[in-house]
Design a protein around this ligand. Structure first.
Ligand code: NAD
Length: 353
């Protein structure tokens, strides 16, 4: 019997005619001939539930993506006794129950770094869109209106503001690098893996605690993974302590921000504007309250899936599978869990930041 690899990717319809849109169901990450030449049956699905469950019993390699996350729960892992390798085509493997993967000794690897510039650019775009009140201004133009006062009364410059990132890994650091020329008053970060003095000085950033960051920042950007201690990190208690009128941009994971507490904080004006591209669950249901809350600049989850990024994570997925098939070690930076252990330290928080 041939071996089986399964990929769960979003359906793109007509958009799939763009051949560089590799990460969709139709274009299969460009892996079909490679996998078939290695004796694999390659099944590509967009259904993340019933059809996936049907394939799991004899799947050896499971490829998923954060943009259309198949939630690989402990129950699903229990249905997949032959599963050896889960590859995340992209960055962020929180959609996989990593504790259950460890128990089953499944390797989880992702294409580290593949889309970190793509996301950092998106973060800067969304910070500027909120602070400068871009979206309401654009909407006026589309509607045939012209009311400068209505826009300008809520528009600011980024210069002179205090900006902070929760998490200063690959994306958080790149956001700080890109913000440096804007002459912000201060650039702050909180992280349990601090920058070394040289990297800190290069961007002019200062490390603070999470509590200090939320009390001092005019703009906060979230750039940490979703794990046990970041789920619901931004909850009612935190919003109540936050500086009033803060802008919040979250391209990390939707579940880091409590859905209903955010809506309340926006309605109270604690959060002056919210943007990002990540939701829980995904796709976001039609009635998700973030779609209709005031002063938001949300997009579907696409910041890390530009055509440039897709090429990088498609190549990286192939490299991870090739290493697995040849029995070669994975690149350490790509490993999230292996042999029952967390290898990536960004998912293991030793204490309060
Ligand atoms: P990274 O591992 O390089 O950096 C993450 C940083 O977060 C690490 O320094 C880690 O110590 C820190 N961290 C972890 N828990 C923390 C906490 N409680 N408080 C403060 N800092 C904490 O990862 P990265 O490449 O920068 O990616 C970060 C996350 O961004 C990913 O895990 C993923 O969830 C998300 N992401 C989103 C997209 C997108 O398209 N929207 C694309 C790529 C990544």
């Amino acid at each position: 019997m041939s071996r089986k690899a399964v990929a769960v990717l979003y359906e793109a319809g007509d958009s799939a005619k763009e051949p560089r849109l590799l990460g969709c169901k139709e274009n299969e990450l460009g892996l079909r001939s490679f996998l078939e030449s290695k004796g694999f049956k390659y099944v590509v699905l967009s259904d993340k539930e019933k059809l996936l469950d049907k394939e799991l019993p004899d799947t050896e390699i499971l490829i998923t993506t954060p943009f259309h996350p198949a939630y690989v729960t402990a129950e699903r892992i229990a249905k997949a006794p032959k599963l050896k390798l889960c590859v995340t085509a992209g960055v962020g493997s929180d959609h996989i129950d990593l504790h259950a993967a460890n128990k089953a000794k499944i390797t989880v690897a992702e294409v580290t770094g593949s889309n970190v510039v793509s996301v950092a650019e998106h973060v800067v775009m969304q910070i500027l869109a909120l602070v400068r009140n871009y979206l309401p201004a654009y909407t006026q133009v589309i509607k045939g209106e012209w009311d400068v006062g209505a826009i300008a009364k809520d528009a600011f410059d980024l210069e002179g503001k205090v900006v902070g990132t929760v998490g200063v890994g690959r994306i958080g650091y790149r956001v700080l690098q890109r913000l440096k020329p804007f002459d912000c008053k201060e650039l702050l970060y909180c992280d349990y893996q601090p920058l070394d003095a040289q990297r800190e000085a290069a961007v002019g950033a200062k490390r603070v605690t999470f509590d200090e960051l939320i009390q001092r920042c005019d703009v906060i950007t979230i750039n940490c993974p979703l794990h046990d201690s970041t789920r619901d990190l931004f909850n009612k208690e935190v919003f109540d302590k936050m500086k009033k009128g803060t802008y919040l941009v979250n391209t990390a994971r939707g579940a880091i921000v409590n859905r209903d507490a955010l809506v309340e904080a926006v309605n109270k004006g604690i959060v002056r504007g919210y943007a990002g591209d990540v939701w829980y669950p995904q796709p976001a249901p039609k009635d998700h309250p973030w779609r209709t809350m005031p002063r938001h600049g949300m997009t579907p989850h696409y910041s890390g899936t530009t055509l440039d990024a897709q090429k990088r994570y498609a190549d990286g997925t192939k490299d991870i599978i090739q290493r697995y098939l040849e029995g070669k070690p994975q690149k350490k930076e790509d490993l999230i869990v292996e042999n029952g252990e967390f290898i990536n330290k960004s998912y293991v928080q030793p204490g309060k930041v």
